[in-house]
Ligand binder design. Structure first.
Ligand SMILES: [Zn+2]
Length: 321
């Protein structure tokens, strides 16, 4: 049995732009990180497998023995069988990730959904510490929620619970990439905000951060910002009425805007609820690293290792470069 000081887990977050890997020590500290572009290989599955092998070798070179690996992806993920059924952003379809990586590395493999894994991280040591019922919405390119009920992220009947980005908030509204109209993520994802801003005549090339900075002085920025926070407040009201979460945690670039973002979202949520008080709406503690910390926690559970409250706290995780 490996002693705790020499033991680690490997954590991999497969995204549309980058694949991020980390060697995470027994204390939850990131000992080593590795990032490669998702398009580094024509074969996206091969790119993930190569990174996992590299990560294992890096861990061994550090004198750390991996006990398991956790790999999380977007899309429809069957966590029981360890298969990514469909993920358009990373070009995966029916990929038996657990079997492939298990054969490559000879380690136990946990396969999970990135947003649900982020929910695990927030529950263990983040903005939802100690809570059994909460929602986490990372507002990135799209919007998928971790719906945590009785302490577990809910996968749903087909592994597609939490796809709240396609919740209609403005029926008959602007078209979405999914084929519907008026979806939440058209208005309130970082990607959607930037697209709307450009389309409505804003300064070319501005991303969601730039739009946040321009809200006070730029009429178009103000308008798309107001639409985004109103759309999100409306969606959160529906989710609150359905699930009665103890807390709602928001992550992603828009949440970095602080009160400029949270105040109108909280106002819109309160205004949409007639008879009940809204749950507190807080910012994610881990930001862009949440899914990776969650993948590490899932790997530990897969290896039969404990994940105590506070494990992998944000101060142990290096900021995104
Ligand atoms: Zn949609």
């Amino acid at each position: 049995m490996t002693q705790p000081e020499g033991r680690c887990v490997l954590a991999v977050d497969v995204g549309g732009t980058t694949i991020k890997g980390a060697v995470v020590g027994d204390d939850g500290r990131f000992r080593h990180s590795l990032t490669v572009p998702s398009r580094a290989d024509d074969d996206p599955v091969k790119a993930v497998r190569s990174l996992c092998l590299q990560l294992r070798d890096d861990a061994l070179a550090l004198g750390a023995t991996p006990a398991a690996i956790g790999v999380v992806t977007p899309g429809l993920v069957d966590e029981v069988y360890g298969v990514v059924r469909y993920a358009a952003n990373i070009r995966f379809r029916d990929v038996p990730l657990r079997a492939l990586i298990g054969d490559d590395l000879g380690l136990p493999v946990a396969v999970g959904h990135d947003a649900r894994a982020a929910g695990v991280a927030e529950a263990v040591a983040g903005a939802a510490s100690g809570l059994d019922n909460f929602l986490l919405l990372p507002l990135g390119t799209g919007i998928a929620a971790a719906v945590v009920v009785h302490g577990a992220p809910v996968p749903g009947a087909t592994g597609s619970a939490g796809e709240v980005g396609h919740m209609p908030v403005y029926p008959g509204g602007e078209p979405c990439s999914c084929g519907q109209r008026g979806c939440l993520e058209v208005y309130a994802s970082a990607g959607g905000l930037a697209r709307r801003y450009a389309r409505l005549g804003g300064t070319p090339g501005l991303d969601s951060r730039g739009i946040a900075d321009a809200v006070a002085t730029d009429r178009v920025a103000r308008a798309v910002w107001d639409d985004a926070t109103q759309a999100l407040g409306t969606a959160l009201a529906t989710l609150t009425l359905t699930l009665d979460p103890a807390r709602i945690v928001l992550g992603g670039g828009l949440a970095d805007a602080g009160a400029l973002f949270f105040d109108p979202v909280r106002d819109a949520l309160r205004a949409a609820l007639a008879w009940r008080t809204p749950p507190p709406v807080l910012r994610s503690a881990f930001g862009a690293q949440a899914a990776q910390v969650g993948a590490a926690a899932m790997a530990r559970r897969e290896a039969g290792l404990p994940v105590p409250d506070g494990w992998g706290a944000p101060e142990l995780v290096p900021p995104v470069a």
